[in-house]
Design a binder for this molecule. Structure first.
Ligand SMILES: [Zn+2]
Ligand SMILES: [Zn+2]
Length: 419
């Protein structure tokens, strides 16, 4: 029997705060407190379970998945919710990013994972709210100690220029200046980009198969040709990520019975009018024919029957969430999470636990996994005599900095600008 634990709020029935009670709903399932006993609380002893996830402090079991919401919002930016991004971590050490929407990079960084582990990104479609932070993650990642090439999977389009390869080739061109400043100055192996474009119309086609992990793509219906959903299978468990789509036959057929199924659940059309300023016809077009309304989301999940349904892609506020929940519940009565950023699910075959991440806003880059090489000076791009003529070398302050480092590390470096 499926079991589900939450942050303890549903289990004990107390109104403790604003956490999971609003966002996690067990449907008809029974919930229970962890271990069956209330945690001992004492002013002098640490709690046995803090009911939060502190990044970098929990090893996964060999048969456990951890999924973290790092972007659940919209193209219109807000501090509370970045645009689409979900991190999947497996007990075998593998990590995958599904979409990397605008604003999500800082949330990825807050997970305190060395960037060499974060080398696999799967993009469901090329809307900015689903890959807007890719460039920041790719090039910014080289300053976060990534020394491994970044691998990106994404769909083709109806013609070459609507495909992922075309988009990322242009992204490389767009950042030629940025790359020029780093190559020849730092170890830039992490600046390599490996693009894997696959056909958008593949139905349950394998696009990744390594280390016991299989990822398949199915078509989605959203925007243009070239939108897909992903299905990850590992150790008999299935994770499904919808990216954006209106209800479609492929999702219902291939997500069926998934352990955790994510699907967009857009703002209801009346709220698109009142909160977002849409005209009524725009609201209906966008909210039901281009995206999936809460009622449609519930219909999809009532057919998929996952162990945990996850809805995202709306501004999930205290005054919005009850209406979205009410509408989903018209058509679906199973386990449900309406996601916000920094929500985390631990999934095993017999348990799904939902908590929030405790985020450290003062996060620093994690150390590299590999030894850094000296920069390849042959990649340095010359600077003109004109720009060089503006340099004020200030040797009286710079030389002591070189002396300090040389003394600390037994080196003999000299400043490039001397006078
Ligand atoms: Zn989209
Ligand atoms: Zn979207």
């Amino acid at each position: 029997m499926n079991r589900m634990r939450t942050a303890g709020i549903i289990a004990c029935g107390a109104v403790i705060g604003f956490l999971a009670a609003h966002w996690v709903d067990g449907g008809g399932q029974k919930t229970h407190a962890q271990g069956g006993q209330p945690a001992r609380r004492s002013p002098t002893r640490a709690l046995a379970d803090r009911d939060m996830y502190f990044p970098g402090t929990e090893d996964l079991r060999r048969d456990e998945m951890r999924i973290t919401a790092l972007g659940t919002g919209m193209p219109s930016a807000r501090p509370k919710q970045a645009a689409a991004c979900f991190l999947v971590e497996l007990g075998n050490g593998d990590k995958f990013l599904f979409d990397i929407g605008s604003g999500s990079h800082e949330r990825i960084a807050a997970q305190k994972i060395p960037y060499d582990y974060l080398d696999k990104v799967f993009i469901g479609h090329l809307h900015v709210d689903h890959y807007g932070d890719l460039a920041s993650f790719w090039l910014g990642g080289t300053t976060m100690n990534r020394l491994t090439p970044l691998r990106v999977w994404g769909p083709s389009g109806s013609t070459t220029e609507y495909g992922t390869q075309y988009a990322l080739d242009r992204m490389k061109e767009m950042y030629v200046w940025d790359i020029g400043t780093r190559a020849g100055v730092i170890d830039f192996r992490g600046g390599e980009l490996e693009v894997h474009e696959f056909p958008f119309d593949g139905v349950n086609r394998i696009i990744y198969n390594e280390n016991g992990v299989v990822i398949r793509s199915i078509p989605a219906v959203h925007g243009l040709d070239g939108a897909v959903s992903f299905i990850l299978e590992w150790k008999g468990m299935t994770f499904v990520y919808g990216s954006d789509t209106i209800p479609n036959k492929w999702y219902i057929e291939y997500a069926k019975g998934a352990d955790l199924a994510i699907h967009e659940c857009f703002l209801p059309p009346p709220l698109l009018v009142t909160k977002q300023g849409f005209a009524p016809l725009e609201a209906l077009n966008v909210g039901t024919q281009g995206h999936t309304s809460p009622e449609q989301f519930g219909k999809v999940m009532s057919l998929v029957r996952p162990r945990m349904a996850v809805g995202y892609h709306f501004f999930n506020d205290f005054d919005i969430q009850p209406d979205v929940m009410r509408r989903v519940r018209k058509t679906y009565d199973g386990p449900l999470t309406l996601a916000v950023d920094y929500m985390v699910w631990n999934v095993t075959k017999d348990d799904i636990r939902v908590r929030m991440v405790a985020k450290d806003e003062e996060v620093w880059p994690s150390p590299p996994l590999k030894k850094k090489n000296p920069p390849d000076l042959s990649k340095s791009i010359p600077i003109s005599d004109f720009t060089m003529s503006g340099v004020l070398a200030f040797p009286e302050v710079v030389q002591p900095l070189y002396d300090e480092i040389n003394e600390l590390y037994g080196t003999n470096y000299e400043p490039r600008f001397k006078e």
